[in-house]
Every structure is written in structure tokens, then in C-alpha cells.
Design a protein around this ligand. Structure first.
Ligand SMILES: Nc1ncnc2c1ncn2[C@@H]1O[C@H](COP(=O)(O)OP(=O)(O)OP(=O)(O)O)[C@@H](O)[C@H]1O
Length: 388
């Protein structure tokens, strides 16, 4: 766990904005403390604490209805929390006696559909948030700034004269970002901002937007339900479940060291096996598997990512292909484990012929049903408490 995550997991509710994080001098530092919010009888946020370093990017992921958008709206100032506080650059925005309205928060917000004004041109949309310019010189300055902002988001300045329906969805999202950037916010909130785009455009737009925000040093919080997007876009991933953050860590840590089974399964496919801890390894149907550090003892549930189980002609584990799910560069192969370990290879007391596992495999070679493959495990497995 990173130091940021450890701080984020703290339950110490600070009441003085200036004492939170790095204090007033730290432009762009976001601190969210113990935020709670209910709608009627439904408690949607149950004490969310999160630190975002200045200029860094955090992705909030979680299942539908877990409270991601509500958290973002509280940070933006579109809703009031029942308890807790929001501090940006050492300035209390919400909590205690503090309340700064949304339009005074130095916070940019880009919605899923961009929410451009359809009756205004692209240029007018971008200029909307800028100071009202009067006089020829001020109008020229606005035009120059609009052109700069269009260039910043990799759009041709000629698009300024078009209306939103005359440009593509990806271009609309970039215009929405340019409009939000025009106000030079300290914090940018992206609410499912790439979800409406198709796969290729989505990756390209995400990359451009990410680079613009990083280069401008703007602290960014992205809400997404897309795990791959969160892992690739952010410096820090916050996994939300039932109104709480289950884990806040680097993308690598949350994926390879998830704190519990639900987090592991939410972030990607998981191979889960009954196992028995034996020192720093565990015995399971795949034999003896090295464990990531754990305090658990005895019976556990073991988690491996499918890509950790590799096809290797000298591997000690054998399985017969049941079927293959092809999806472009990779396939998921379902295998039934068979006996017949190599001499000298430890036989697990939990070894079970007939157990079915899924692995990920390069699609360059598609194994036909009935083929016997030999396998080995790469890296450490994670131990979770056993199923009750
Ligand atoms: N203004 C509101 N009034 C009543 N209930 C609300 C309101 N806003 C959100 N909710 C409820 O709060 C819960 C969390 O909603 P929220 O939009 O924060 O979840 P989410 O994690 O962003 O979900 P999704 O990924 O589907 O957008 C949902 O059950 C939702 O119906």
C-alpha cells in the first residue's frame, strides 16, 4: 500500500481545513474526509475519505449504484453532504460551517455527454466560462485563447465556427474539456467522460485528455465503471463499494494485491482455489503456489489472475482443454486439471483431478478441445479468508 493510500484509509476526521494534507500552500491538493450522504432512507456514502496529490489523477471505480457520481457531485458542490468535509488547496469547500457554491470552487466538471450548449458554436461554448469580454481587443483576446484551448486538446482551430452536432462525439468531449479548462480550474472532475465513445475513439480521447491535464498539472478525479480505463488512466485507483472505499492504491497494487475477493473480482477475472497455507506458500489443486505476504493461516481461498497461469511445455501442471473463448489478441481457455505431475513435484493434499480453471492465452495459437497443455504459475498468489 502506498503512503497516500495509508493516509486515505485513515479514519481520523480532521475538522480544520488548514490542518488537512499539505495546508493552504499546496495548490490542487484534494482532501475528502468522512463524507456521508443519504437520499431519504438510503445511505449512499458512508464515510468516504480520500487524498489526491496535487497534479495527480485518481480514478474512482465501482459497481453501478455504489455512490461514485454522488461523491463527485459533492466534491463539485452540486449537492451538500450530511457530514464530512471537502478541502481543496487547503481551502474548506464544504463541511462544518464552510460552504462554497459550485461556481466559486475552481473546479471543472466534464459530464458523460459533454453537455455542450447546442445553440452555441464550439468557440462560444469554450468562451462561455471565460470573463465576459467587451470591446474589439478583448474579443480578439478571447478568440486567441479559444484557439489555444482547441490546440491544447488537439483540435483544429477551424472547428470553432461549427456547432456541436457538426463534430464527432470524441471531438465534443474534447471541446467540453477545453470549456472546463478555460476557467483554469485547480481540480478537474470527469464523470464517465469517455463512456459514450466507441472503443477506438475512447482510448484516443482518453489519452489526449490525460496528457493535457497532466501537462497542465491539474489534479483530476475520474469516475468510471470501466476497470481497464481506471487502471490505464490513473496514478491512483479508489475502489468504491456500498458507499465506502474498499481500497485506494496504485493501479498495479489494486489489480495484483486486491484487499478482498469482491475487489479482486471487480477489477478483472480471477482464478479462485481452495488452499492450505504452508509457510510462505500454499497447497492447492495446482500444487504448491508461492504466496504474497499474508497473516492468514490454515485454510484459505487463493486468488490468481488467469494470465499468471502460463502455458509451458515443461510446466509441472497438466490440463485438458475444454473450450476456448476467442477475443482478438488473447483467448480465455478453460481447462480441466488432470493428474500426472512430474516426479519431484509436490503433490497437493488438495489436488483434485477434474477441477476446471480458466487461463489467458495468446490467440496466435488456439488449442483445440481435448489438447493436453502443461502449465506453470508466474508470480505470487493472494490469500483471502476461506468461504464460510
Ligand atoms: N438525487 C438523488 N435522489 C435520490 N437518490 C439518488 C440521487 N442521486 C443518487 N441516488 C441514488 O444513490 C445511489 C448511488 O447513485 P450514484 O449515481 O452515486 O451511483 P454510481 O456508483 O455513480 O452508479 P452508476 O455507475 O450507475 O452511475 C443510487 O441508488 C441512486 O439511485
Amino acid at each position: 500500500m502506498t503512503s497516500t493510500a495509508r493516509r486515505s484509509a485513515s479514519t481520523d476526521p480532521a475538522s480544520d481545513p488548514a490542518s488537512v494534507g499539505g495546508g493552504p500552500g499546496e495548490r490542487g491538493r484534494l482532501e475528502v474526509r468522512e463524507l456521508a450522504k443519504s437520499f431519504g432512507a438510503q445511505q449512499v456514502l458512508r464515510g468516504v475519505t480520500l487524498s489526491v496529490e496535487p497534479g495527480s489523477t485518481t480514478a474512482i471505480v465501482g459497481p453501478s449504484g455504489s455512490g461514485k457520481t454522488t461523491l463527485l457531485r459533492l466534491i463539485a458542490g452540486f449537492e451538500r453532504a450530511d457530514a464530512g468535509m471537502v478541502v481543496l488547496s487547503g481551502r474548506g469547500l464544504a463541511g462544518g460551517d464552510e460552504w462554497v457554491p459550485a461556481h466559486h470552487r475552481d473546479v471543472g466538471y466534464v459530464a458523460q455527454d459533454g453537455a455542450l450548449f447546442p445553440h452555441l458554436t464550439v468557440g462560444q461554448n469554450i468562451a462561455f466560462g471565460m470573463d465576459r469580454a467587451t470591446g474589439a481587443r478583448a474579443r480578439r483576446a478571447t478568440r486567441t485563447r479559444v484557439a489555444e484551448l482547441l490546440e491544447m486538446v488537439s483540435l483544429d482551430a477551424a472547428l470553432a465556427e461549427r456547432r456541436p452536432h457538426e463534430i464527432s462525439g470524441g471531438q465534443q468531449q474534447r471541446v467540453a474539456l477545453a470549456r472546463a479548462l478555460a476557467r483554469e480550474p485547480e481540480l478537474m472532475l470527469l464523470d464517465e467522460s469517455f463512456s459514450a465513445l466507441d472503443a477506438g475513439l475512447r482510448v484516443a480521447t482518453r489519452r489526449t485528455v490525460g496528457a493535457v491535464l497532466r501537462d497542465a498539472g491539474i489534479t483530476t478525479v475520474l469516475v468510471t465503471h470501466d476497470q481497464a480505463e481506471a487502471l490505464s488512466f490513473a496514478d491512483q485507483v479508489a475502489v468504491m463499494r456500498d458507499g465506502l472505499l474498499a481500497q485506494v492504491d496504485s493501479p498495479l497494487e489494486v489489480y495484483t494485491r486486491p484487499v478482498d475477493r469482491a475487489t479482486a473480482e471487480f477489477l478483472g477475472d480471477a482464478v479462485l482455489l481452495e488452499a492450505w497455507v504452508d509457510g510462505d506458500s500454499a497447497s492447492c489443486s495446482l500444487g504448491s503456489v508461492r504466496l504474497a505476504p499474508t497473516t492468514l493461516r490454515g485454510r484459505v481461498q487463493l486468488m490468481l489472475r488467469p494470465e499468471q497461469i502460463r502455458v509451458d511445455e515443461h510446466g509441472p501442471i497438466r490440463g485438458v482443454v475444454l473450450d476456448t473463448d476467442y477475443f482478438g489478441p488473447e483467448s480465455t481457455v478453460r481447462l480441466e486439471l488432470t493428474s500426472g505431475r512430474e516426479p519431484g513435484c509436490e503433490t497437493s493434499t488438495l489436488a483434485r483431478e477434474g477441477q476446471v480453471i480458466s487461463i489467458r492465452h495468446s490467440s496466435a495459437f488456439i488449442a483445440a478441445r481435448g489438447t493436453e497443455l502443461r502449465l506453470r504459475i508466474e508470480g505470487d498468489a493472494i490469500a483471502f479468508p476461506p468461504n464460510p
